[in-house]
Design a protein around this ligand. Sequence first.
Ligand SMILES: CC(C)(COP(=O)(O)OP(=O)(O)OC[C@H]1O[C@@H](n2cnc3c(N)ncnc32)[C@H](O)[C@@H]1OP(=O)(O)O)[C@@H](O)C(=O)NCCC(=O)NCCS
Length: 152
Amino acid sequence: MASETDGADSRTPVFGDYVFYDSRMALKAIELQELYRFTHWGRSRSLEQIERMLDATDLCFSIRHDVKLVAFCRMLTDFIFRASVWDILVHPDHQGRGVGSRLMRYALSHPAVRDIPVVTSFASDLTPFLERCGFENREGLMVLQRVPIAYS
Ligand SMILES: CC(C)(COP(=O)(O)OP(=O)(O)OC[C@H]1O[C@@H](n2cnc3c(N)ncnc32)[C@H](O)[C@@H]1OP(=O)(O)O)[C@@H](O)C(=O)NCCC(=O)NCCS
């Protein structure tokens, strides 16, 4: 494993015992389903849905600790004007250690998206966390919620 760093370099793929990945191939749907079980919005997602979702997602970011998947987020983007970050998630045993912030820095500084002018995220529970990551709370975000959040 590469040497330990404080994660100051946002593209450094190691932070203590945490190893960062920016490939969809770095995780299996079943591992992500395990992680989703800790959320009210993700626990109903089936394996088949997760597999299709991962295959259709532009960028997947994940973190492993002792081989185990402990954090994830994904981005949908046109790679020029717009990007959005979804499913930001850290395993409860690993929250509050700076893993989530570093995952966001790692994702937002990815060469494929770091120059994109507008990046959005819809996560009403995470407003303070996202503000620390550089996002602003803008009124005017409109959502067409077709299915309750627990099933979407
Ligand atoms: C939100 C989350 C990703 C943050 O990850 P984390 O590794 O715990 O965050 P960090 O340790 O990097 O903390 C960064 C800062 O955000 C704050 N923070 C952590 N979780 C937060 C939350 N749920 N709401 C608001 N702020 C939060 C921390 O207090 C910390 O601030 P500090 O540096 O001033 O102490 C993680 O708590 C999580 O997975 N929550 C549940 C998943 C979820 O519901 N995701 C939304 C779907 S998009």
